[in-house]
Design a protein around this ligand. Structure first.
Ligand SMILES: [Mn+2]
Length: 326
């Protein structure tokens, strides 16, 4: 018997941290079956995308999620990293793959046919889900774009034609992938740029999509790096306001990842749960245990961390290392 429709454990960005993923699944009560596939008798998992890149155990992460999906115990959504990988490997010269896929390429080096097979499987994964009582997407639910896409693709799956068309910045596919898997962004005023903590210089910043009547730039900021102080309080102009997306408090619960949140996991509101808490950067890998409720509750958040005292192996090793280094 397959798990019931609304008993879903939604899991945020894993980025190749299979050890954290296994600990989280274990904490959620999932066990391995005879084939080694993680499952739960009453529940299933919804992965919010960005399984690949950055972390040390990408192949194992993908194998865990894929095996669960193929046996009906999970659904895997595409994140911006999967969209980028699909574009890079299907449409472009494989020797000029973007740097963000460096770890993935290295870790699949000895099994290139497995990587090709993984890409074919990823192309079958949905971009977003409108489950009626809930919605899920990697970064942002832009209702206009998502509904137009789902009208033509009710299963939420993309295809090679869409990937191809997305190479044209004016295309619907380009807007759809950008908005749903990277989220809305605004340009900084006066052609300004800012450099993030990881050294990347950008002319745009990530915005939230739930600010009610935002007044200034700070009101819509949603990223770890702060705005330059003189810009933060500057009023938003009308053109910028028109570019914003708004997901209202009366909408069904929305699950998303992508935003490198930090600190203790919490809900954004009772219908918005961002489950990316930077697990691969030493933060938390977070799940929300959804049972079809119309209003989300923070006590249904579950997480594991690299420095969790329950993780005897890793924390002991880290401690010994830091003691030795001192
Ligand atoms: Mn992402």
């Amino acid at each position: 018997m397959l798990p019931s429709a609304e008993a879903i454990d939604v899991i945020g960005d894993i980025h190749g941290c299979a050890t954290l993923l296994k600990r989280l699944l274990d904490r959620l009560g999932y066990r391995r079956n005879r084939d080694g596939v993680w499952h739960h008798p009453q529940r299933r998992v919804l992965f919010l995308g960005d399984l690949i890149d950055r972390g040390p155990e990408i192949v194992e992460t993908v194998e865990i999620a894929r095996a669960m999906a193929e046996q009906g115990h999970a659904t895997v959504l595409l994140g911006n990293h999967e969209i980028s990988a699909l574009t890079a490997f299907f449409l472009r010269d494989e020797r000029r793959v973007p740097r963000i896929h460096k770890e993935t390429v290295e870790q699949y080096r000895n099994c290139p046919e497995r990587w090709r097979d993984t890409l074919k499987w990823l192309l079958e994964c949905p971009l977003c889900i409108d489950g009626g009582s809930y919605r899920a997407v990697h970064a942002c639910w832009d209702a206009t774009l998502a509904e137009r896409f789902l009208d033509h693709h009710p299963d939420g799956r993309i295809d090679r034609h869409m990937l191809m068309r997305a190479c044209d910045p004016q295309s619907f596919s380009h807007m759809l992938f950008g908005r749903l898997t990277r989220g809305p962004q605004l340009a900084l005023p006066d052609d300004r740029s800012m450099t993030s903590r990881d050294g990347v210089t950008r002319r745009t910043f990530r915005t939230s999509f739930w600010a009610c009547k935002p007044r200034c730039y700070q009101d819509v900021l949603f990223q770890p790096d702060p705005l330059p102080p003189d810009i933060a309080q500057r009023p938003l102009d009308d053109a910028s306001k028109r570019r914003l997306v708004f997901y209202g408090p009366d909408q069904p619960p929305l699950f998303f990842g992508h935003y490198w949140r930090q600190g203790r996991p919490e809900l954004i509101s009772d219908n918005l749960a961002c489950l990316d808490y930077s697990g691969v950067k030493g933060g938390h890998l977070v799940a929300y245990r959804f049972d079809g409720e119309a209003r989300l509750s923070a006590d249904k958040l579950v997480w594991v961390s690299v420095d969790d005292p329950a993780d005897i192996g890793a924390s002991k090793a880290d401690m010994q290392c830091s003691q030795i280094c001192q």
